[in-house]
Design a protein around this ligand. Structure first.
Ligand code: CP3
Length: 346
């Protein structure tokens, strides 16, 4: 059976524009909070396939989105490469011991890291069994650059001073780390596809930390290498790239090209601009500002504008321009999904 989401990724005709939301499984849903409580903490939840499966499917049941996204986190990769990981309530993720020396780099598990993520593949298998056939399951990874940033900084950062010092003083160290991550990620995505993922998205949340030449050298190049690897082996699996905050670099992105299917547009990039620069080459996903979901009026206005720009003839997947926020009202999320379906009915 065909899936509306996958069809849209390949510009095949669909009955309406598909929609899903980044972070659609999460704290704004009381049913998510109940399962997280049962699991004890976030990481336990990621490690427990049955519970992870349940929270993956929750937004489908409640919102009727067109795709599910695997419930996990980008940071399980460095964790299985040997780095201890904590999620601290009210603060976020933290690696207590960061990468500093050549010895730290040499100690990383590279060959078998993807094999160790069995709980992810088990979750995917369970979800694919339970999910309606016409709903796609999206697998994902962090980009090499975004993961490397966490591994070197140890946590979220406003200045990126530590990782950028590495770029300035020891670019070879960075490239060696990025190559290791790229190697693991290729295997990781292949294993997700083998387990049943119908599409894969690469999240480059820290893309905007880099000036233009550095972005292409330390991030985009590796994302394209991963996309190329997946497309060569699995041409039927859509690859979606989400470099956040790169609206100034779209000309260069268009010029470089690359073998992927969907360019994900963050909320700070006007959809008109993304369409003009990339819309003929790639299907665009995005990009409503998530805080519009605090009001139905603002949501409706946001939807109408984006549909005005992207039209209803294909080439577009509706999404937010970044993740759902924890205090949003699920009822407004349902309103968003219904509005998009209604306004884009062919
Ligand atoms: O619904 C989905 O989108 C699928 C699951 C998913 C999570 N994280 C669950 C999660 C996905 C795709 C991610 C990706 C992720 N994780 C990114 C890339 C996307 C982005 O947001 O830019 C990043 C940078 C991370 C790292 C991360 N994980 C941070 C910074 C945080 C803390 C911030 C926060 O929102 O609390 C997490 C924790 C996290 N990942 C939660 C969820 C549902 C919240 C954990 C909880 O307290 O229950």
């Amino acid at each position: 059976m065909s899936q509306i989401f996958v069809d849209a990724c390949f510009r095949r005709p669909t009955p309406h524009t598909p929609i899903w939301m980044m972070r659609q499984a999460g704290r704004y849903l009381p049913e998510y909070m109940a399962i997280r409580e049962k699991a004890g903490n976030f990481l336990n939840l990621c490690h427990a396939p049955e519970m992870a499966c349940e929270v993956t499917i929750q937004p489908i049941d409640r919102l009727n989105v067109d795709a599910a996204i695997l419930f996990s986190d980008i940071l399980v990769i460095p964790n299985e490469m040997g780095m201890e990981l904590e999620f601290i309530k009210g603060f976020g993720p933290k690696f207590p011991k960061t990468l500093k020396t050549q010895a730290d780099l040499d100690a990383l598990e590279v060959e078998h890291a993807a094999d160790k993520l069995t709980y992810v593949y088990d979750t995917i298998k369970l979800v694919r069994k339970e999910l309606a056939e016409d709903k796609a399951l999206i697998g994902f990874t962090g980009s090499p650059w975004t993961l490397a940033t966490y591994m070197i900084e140890g946590q979220g950062t406003k200045t990126y001073a530590i990782v950028k010092k590495k770029i300035a003083t020891d670019p070879e160290y960075m490239h060696s780390l990025l190559a290791k991550l790229t190697h693991v990620i290729k295997q990781y995505l292949e294993k997700q596809i083998f387990a049943g993922a119908n599409a894969v998205q690469i999240f480059d949340s820290w893309a905007s930390a880099l000036e233009e030449p550095a972005f292409f050298e330390f991030s985009w190049k590796y994302m394209l290498e991963i996309a190329e690897h997946i497309k060569a082996k699995y041409p039927h699996i859509p690859v979606l790239l989400f470099p956040k905050g790169v609206s100034g670099y779209l000309d260069k992105i268009a010029e470089m090209g690359g073998n992927f299917d969907v360019f994900c547009v963050d909320w700070s990039t006007p959809m008109e601009l993304a369409k003009a620069k990339l819309g003929d080459t790639y299907v665009l996903q995005g990009n409503m500002e998530p805080t519009r979901l605090y009001s139905k009026e603002a949501t409706k206005e946001g939807v109408e504008h984006i549909i005005d720009v992207m039209g209803t003839e294909g080439g577009h997947i509706f999404n937010l321009g970044h993740g759902m926020l924890p205090d949003l009202d699920p009822e407004n999320a349902k309103y968003l999904v219904d509005t998009v379906h209604e306004l884009t009915k062919r």
